[in-house]
Write a protein that binds this ligand. Sequence first.
Ligand code: CTP
Length: 418
Amino acid sequence: MSRNVLQGRRILLCVAGSIAAYKAVSLLRALVRDGAEVSVVVTPSAARFVAPLTFETLSGRPVRQHLFADAEPMPHLRATEEADLVLVAPATANCLAKCALGLADDLLSTLLLAARCPIVMAPAMDGDMWDHPALVSHVWTLRDRGVVVLEPEEGSLASGLVGKGRLPAEHVVLEAVMACLARRRDWAGQRVLVSAGPTREPLDAVRFITNASSGKMGYAVAEAAAQRGAEVVLVSGPTALASPPNVTSVSVLTAEEMWHALDARFSWATVLVMTAAVGDFRPRHPCSGKIKKHEWNGAPLDLERTPDILESLSRKRTHQVLVGFAAESGDLLANGRKKLRQKDLDLVVINRVTGAQSACGSDTNEAIFLPRHGQAIQVERLPKRLLADRLLDTVREYGVMPLPSPARPQNKEIRRIQ
Ligand code: CTP
């Protein structure tokens, strides 16, 4: 990747208290050499390994150390509001844990909570600490949230042991920073309509037919697209999730409502990502009251088909890129191909929905991306937030990304999803 990406970019380099703190000096020099404007934060422990004066001299800027510094009120906000990216190198076990839990008891942890720009963390610690179940779970949490946590390197450690735990090599950290910056606004100008979650098809006032979708994948796609600069409208069935930041959320219950909500915004969208697990059947005559059990005579439910939203929008398409999801068992690829053709999509994401690998409800997912033009891409199991970024990368690569048109959403109402 061209190092030009770093030119003029504002990077907040945070150095935590590990012996690898000395390597942050070389990292700082490399970033400055390639044109980045780097500000540095050191923790009190890091300051015991490397004098802040070293960072101050090489960055040409004052180094921040404390949350309650006299000279500058609210340094956590000042530091992050001017940053294009936060790089934590080295990131200690303590720093990863605090960030995962959202603790804020010093300058570094507080600014990580305040940061709205991408965060890259380069861990360094002893191998046993990296492998500890607590840390493994913190790293998953962070990655799921979209934080780029790099893998430490194998090699000789400060403890004298050999194993995994060394700060990743400088070129690996720089590559990750550059990739993150390059992605940063690459969806700017796109208007992305995302559907998520299950639908509920009422049988009576208290009973309904639904499915096991948690909505996590759709929310992750909405969040990723918004973070990468797109305008995003998320149309969601009932989930337990909070609306992602900078996303306009519209809540619906039934397939019919979802259809209307998407249809009304379709002409506005440049890209539709249809992750919703839309119910395929609904009771033909739902009862407005509660059906008493003695009223049921054992007759099977009288069901009818719901509209196929994606297929109907596909027929109306003018310029939109269409991404569908395929919930499959059996021959995943053959079934996915059929849906790609049948619904005339640009890309279909094939998920297995049976057995231990099932995508339903899980925080992670493995998938096959099947673009209309090009080979199927097998994507390894990833947190859904990372999978969302991979999906957006692939859509950019294989979808013809349309130019924005002046149309605006017809409904600007923002509602929080229950
Ligand atoms: N979909 C839709 N409207 C429906 C059903 C599905 O828009 N009534 C969309 C889903 O959001 C998904 C794609 O179509 O993007 C495929 O959904 P899936 O449940 O995998 O397949 P179906 O089309 O329902 O077909 P089948 O049940 O035969 O697998």
